[in-house]
Design a protein around this ligand. Structure first.
Ligand SMILES: *Cc1c(COP(=O)(O)O)cnc(C)c1O
Length: 383
């Protein structure tokens, strides 16, 4: 019985040829593949600027900096996310807080956000940046969050690490509503560059700032310089930036993968739909479907009905060589965050979801036989 992972990258001969071509070329990094990937990603996502970085964590970090997050700033995110959605604010010396989730979408609740903003306005503790997360690939309610952003004066940094190619209100995620949107190309994500990330924005000034910050804060563009070049070698450091660059090897892989984005999406969506049908009579809550948005289906996360022992079901699946996983342990319950003052009970909807959640295997090349086996073991485990 072969092990079925919860996610598995799709690598084709074309991907291998694309990476090999870079290996045989002049540039392994800082060559033409990175801007080519950025241009293609921006076109697919109908957005003006795309800035590639070494991973999404770096993207979140410099996007926070570019949006003005620093010591004394307040940043809010969803507790139902990967650690990086919150860590990025701490890297900048800001204070982090969380907004509980909507149990239906498992994304940041707009109702909870509105209530928390109103309380913060009274207390004089409004956030500078809010980081909604498109959990499992399902876009967040960004139209409503934009209305709140305009009313309360915060910037929106969307963590779309799960949502490459997802659509919201008829437009690709990353093209509208947020000030900046971050994508991840880690091997388990929708499109992979092994490790990799990218920030999109429609804002020219923000894009320039992101380009500076990902490469030491330095520029060779005379238009951006304070001084006058004393020769063609001249460069200037304008900010304290980082080396957060993507290599040409990664970009070539990403560019090759991006050509199959529609196909890989269609395969994920078909498998998600098939899970919906196969699970219909089981005591589990399936992922939400909303008419105004299209999920990228990074994850297929179910919630066992109360009374079912999540741990026992999880262990039964693992014992049957099925690579289930759990997304996510609420960030505020991690020891590092408890030491910052958060405690269990602070965000009950995220905690209730976590207590019953299991992510089932889902990837483009998953076969019907594999899916049937997952559901059969789950059915038996649920009694
Ligand atoms: C994967 C992920 C990240 C971090 O991505 P890396 O590319 O691994 O740094 C951030 N946020 C979310 C929601 C993720 O799933």
């Amino acid at each position: 019985m072969a092990f079925i992972p919860y996610s598995r990258q799709q690598i084709t001969d074309d991907d291998i040829a694309a990476v090999t071509a870079v290996l045989r070329s002049e540039f392994l990094t800082q060559g033409p593949a990175v801007p080519a990937f950025e241009r293609a990603f921006a076109d697919v996502h109908q957005v003006k600027h795309a800035i590639a970085v070494g991973n999404a964590t770096e993207g979140l970090h410099i996007a926070c900096l570019a949006l003005g997050v620093g010591p004394g700033a307040r940043v809010w995110t969803s507790p139902n996310s990967f650690l990086a959605s919150a860590n990025c604010a701490l890297y900048c010396g800001a204070t982090i807080d969380f907004v509980d989730i909507d149990p239906h979408t498992r994304n940041m609740s707009v109702v909870a956000l509105a209530a928390k903003l109103e309380a913060a306005r009274t207390a004089g503790t409004l956030p500078q940046v809010v980081i909604p997360v498109d959990f499992a690939g399902l876009p967040t309610d960004l139209r409503e969050i934009r209305t709140l952003a305009d009313r309360y004066g915060f910037r929106i940094l969307q963590d779309a690490s799960h949502a490459t190619g997802a659509r919201y209100l008829g437009a690709p995620v990353g093209s509208a509503w947020a000030d900046a949107t971050v994508f991840s190309f880690h091997a388990v994500k929708i499109v992979t560059t092994a490790e990799g990330g990218l920030v999109t924005t429609q804002d020219d000034a923000l894009a320039r700032e992101l380009q500076l910050l990902r490469s030491h804060g330095m520029t060779r563009d005379a238009a951006l310089m304070d001084g006058t070049p004393d020769g063609p070698w001249y460069y200037e450091q304008q900010r304290l930036g980082y080396n957060f660059r993507m290599t040409d090897l990664q970009a070539a892989l990403g560019l090759s993968q991006l050509k199959r984005l529609d196909d890989m999406h269609a395969k994920r969506a078909a498998r998600a739909e098939r899970y919906d049908a196969l699970l219909a009579d089981l005591p589990v809550k399936r992922p939400a479907r909303l008419a105004d948005r299209v999920s990228a289906w990074h994850l297929y996360a179910i919630e066992l009905s109360r009374g079912h022992d999540r741990r026992a079901v999880f262990e039964a699946l693992r014992a049957a060589e099925i690579g289930v996983n759990v997304h996510y342990i609420p960030i505020h319950t991690q020891p590092h965050y408890q030491r910052l003052g958060f405690k269990r009970g602070d965000f009950p909807a995220a905690e209730a979801y976590y207590a019953q959640a299991i992510s089932l295997p889902l990837f483009p090349e998953m076969t019907e036989a594999e899916q049937d086996r997952v559901v059969a073991v789950l059915r038996a485990a649920l009694g």
